[in-house]
Design a protein around this ligand. Structure first.
Ligand code: NAD
Length: 253
């Protein structure tokens, strides 16, 4: 079992929604944050938390929809924290977590229970405990909507030091987002392969699972390029390890 519903979920979700439409992205347009919360809650309240489908979230996702400017879509796998930090700093990319639905729910837990209309603040299913759990179905469904909207030059941030593989066909990026990208809307795809500064360089552009992804992109008809350790993102990693040799602006030879 996993952690229960985040305490004060309602206040956090409604608060984040108002912060988003009022301050963070007024271009999202007018939204009724209380109605959005009620619509979201009705998806999982009073229900078995292992029987919530992707479709169940559609009314909520449709109500919260807004434009994503061309060239701002950025996908990630095993690099969530770093990608959000980069997005918060440069402000010229908009990952799912910088759209209204992702912003409202990132980092939170939620689930209901069959026996009561109260949310379950004690336990919720763990991520891999059941396929159709309240949180996993949400992120899958939101990822479909997000990927379909991508246009212009798209970015993908992968982890070159992954203990498994940088590109995993079973991840949400590999199994859902990739398949929903539209060749007619997307002009090119840029892969950024970021190694952990102190971790090993397991995979790089053209190597291992990245090579597989590159072949898949080519087959689908996408123009793409790949950059190892894209410097602006690496400089964010450097904040925590300024003395690391990769962070040295003037390397001593
Ligand atoms: P990933 O493997 O890094 O997983 C993404 C997130 O899913 C993790 O940060 C974690 O919150 C959860 N998760 C995955 N496996 C888990 C496990 N075994 N136990 C507990 N939690 C687990 O990357 P991915 O699957 O490719 O998904 C990332 C892509 O999908 C992004 O492009 C994003 O748009 C979207 N997404 C976002 C979130 C989010 O929490 N903001 C979650 C899932 C998917």
């Amino acid at each position: 079992t996993g952690r229960g519903t985040t305490a004060n979920l309602e206040e956090i979700v409604i608060g984040r929604c108002n912060d988003y439409i009022g301050l963070k992205n007024p271009a999202a347009g007018k939204k009724n944050c209380t109605l959005l919360w009620q619509t979201l809650k009705s998806v999982f309240a009073s229900k078995d938390p292992c029987k919530i489908t992707q479709d169940d979230y559609k009314p909520f996702l449709t109500m919260a929809e807004h434009d994503i400017p061309s060239g701002k879509s950025i996908f990630w796998s095993q690099t969530g924290e770093l990608t959000r930090q980069y997005a918060d700093i440069v402000k010229n990319v908009m990952p799912l977590e910088s759209t209204l639905t992702g912003y409202m729910l990132n980092g939170l837990n939620w689930c209901g229970q069959r026996s009561s209309s109260e949310l379950n603040y004690e336990v919720c299913p763990a991520w891999n405990e059941c396929e159709e759990n309240a949180a996993k179905s949400f992120w899958r469904s939101a990822s479909v909507v997000y990927a379909k909207k991508a246009s212009g030059e798209v970015k993908v941030v992968l982890n070159g030091s992954s203990q498994t593989r940088a590109f995993r066909t079973e991840s949400i990026f590999g199994s859902i987002e990739l398949g929903n990208l539209d060749t007619n809307r997307i002009s090119s795809i840029q892969l950024w392969i970021m190694d952990n500064l102190s971790g090993s360089d397991k995979e790089s552009c053209g190597v291992g699972s990245i090579a597989q992804l590159e072949i898949a992109l080519k087959h689908k008809g996408f123009k793409f390029s790949c950059i190892d350790n894209y410097r602006p993102v690496q400089l964010i990693q450097c904040i925590w390890m300024p003395e690391h040799k990769s962070c040295n602006i003037c390397p001593k030879n």
